[in-house]
Design a protein around this ligand. Structure first.
Ligand SMILES: Cc1ncc(COP(=O)(O)O)c(C=O)c1O
Length: 409
């Protein structure tokens, strides 16, 4: 006999609120005071942004880091590094934030979507390879919720076809793939420091690479193409934007970078414990992490089974009644259907450019393009396992997940 669910009038598993904490404190304040005392808020002349770039690159083990204003700008810098021509294609993920897609179209390239693996929720290497065309300029993978993609298979495809890989690690700070941090396995890695991310400055971003040509180009791209080493008359050497991080943001991300291992370590401990405790829950499966990989649990993803007698919405409602806040469906539908202008290919000044650029291959964004993604989003449930939770909190979450899964089955 299963226990009476709270949604049916039973006792809820949890009545106390879950602990929440402040992501910033005295470490950030100390760095910020330095900046205010110095009077220098601009990165060229200050020290915090450049120190952050150096320490973040050292932490990951990469040669170059280019700080910027957001995860979106960090991805735009990455796309600027590979420098697509109008109508070139970049293969990317259908489950992501729109910040992965906007830089591709703003750089006049065309996003092409590879379907996902239903267990990892990440891009399926087999479908990536199917989507390669003579116009493919890059593969942009997204480590969804911090869960590393199948980088062995993806890098094999990349090297076989001579196509660079951009890793969107906006949700995957210090996630590991076979002993290496994500963002250092492909040719370029990008990170977001938006407020909800594991490391944050409210907003901010960084792009990392080992390639000196990309590193130099990225620094120029984020600084209006300005070749600052040049004395005398100004020289702008490429078309770029102003994505410069300022010293106040640099101060905060520097302090966060120095605490990164502790923050991600605490989240990982919590998420891994939850996985262990819910392994026997019927009709519900946690997002699969590949062997020898470690996620940082930006979100804790699960999927209701295909043949489950309950839906993701019913599961979330029942879990909510047990005192566990969670969400169903994440972005709801593939990202190309979430954004009207991209879905309908209505771009600059109402034109279809770059979709109608001579030589561009016809692309359609419609239901059915990524059927596995649609199915998984229908069944997806997300929980939050932050660094502020302790073992008892995770035990309560697991008790509720097991109780609800049994009760609804
Ligand atoms: C996977 C992914 N890519 C890109 C972005 C864009 O980052 P930002 O919001 O910092 O511009 C985000 C953040 O929401 C993200 O989660």
């Amino acid at each position: 006999m299963s226990e009476k669910l709270a949604i049916h009038g039973g006792e809820p598993v949890r009545t106390r609120p879950f602990p929440s904490g402040k992501k910033v404190g005295k470490d950030e304040l100390k760095e910020l005071v330095d900046v205010i005392d110095s009077g220098q808020l601009f990165r060229w002349g200050g020290t915090k942004v450049s120190t952050f770039e150096k320490e973040f690159a050292d932490l990951l083990g990469t040669k170059y880091a280019v700080a910027s204003t957001s995860g979106t700008s960090a991805l735009h810098v990455a796309v600027g590094m590979v420098d697509p021509a109008p109508g070139d294609e970049i293969i990317t993920a259908p489950i992501t934030d729109i910040g992965s897609i906007i830089p591709i179209v703003y750089q006049t390239a065309i996003p092409v979507f590879a379907d996902i693996d239903p267990r990892t929720f990440n891009m399926d290497p087999v479908d990536i390879e199917k989507k390669i065309s003579p116009r493919t300029k890059a593969i942009m993978v997204v480590h969804l919720f911090g869960n590393p993609c199948d980088m062995d298979a993806i890098m094999a495809i990349s090297r076989h076809h001579g196509i660079p890989v951009i890793e969107d690690c906006s949700q995957a700070h210090l996630s590991e793939h076979k002993g290496r941090y994500v963002g250092t396995i492909g040719d370029i890695g990008t990170f977001s420091f938006q407020m909800s991310k594991q490391l944050t400055a409210g907003d901010g971003g960084v792009t990392v690479t080992d390639r000196s040509d990309y590193g130099k180009r990225g620094m120029l791209f984020a600084d209006k193409g300005w070749h600052r080493a040049q004395f005398g008359a100004r020289e702008y050497t490429l078309l770029g934007l102003n994505y410069r991080m300022n010293e106040l943001t640099g101060a905060v991300v520097l302090a966060q970078t120095r605490r990164a291992r502790d923050i991600i370590g605490a989240r990982r401990k919590n998420g891994d414990l939850l996985t262990e405790l819910v392994q026997d829950a019927p009709n519900i499966t946690p997002q699969r992490t590949l062997p020898q990989c470690k996620t940082g649990y930006w979100q804790y993803g699960m999927a209701v089974g295909k043949a489950s007698p309950f839906t993701a919405d019913q599961f979330v409602e029942a879990l909510g009644a047990e005192g566990i806040g969670c969400g169903a469906h994440y972005i709801g539908k593939p990202i190309f259907l979430c954004h009207g202008a991209i879905r309908d290919q209505v771009m600059f000044g109402g034109s279809r450019f770059p979709f109608d650029h001579p030589g561009a291959r016809p692309t359609q964004y419609a239901a059915g393009v990524c059927p596995v993604t649609e199915d998984v989003l229908n069944r997806m449930v997300t929980l939050s396992v932050t660094e502020f939770l302790g073992e008892e909190d995770i035990q309560d979450m697991a008790t509720a997940v097991n109780k609800v899964a049994k009760g609804l089955s």
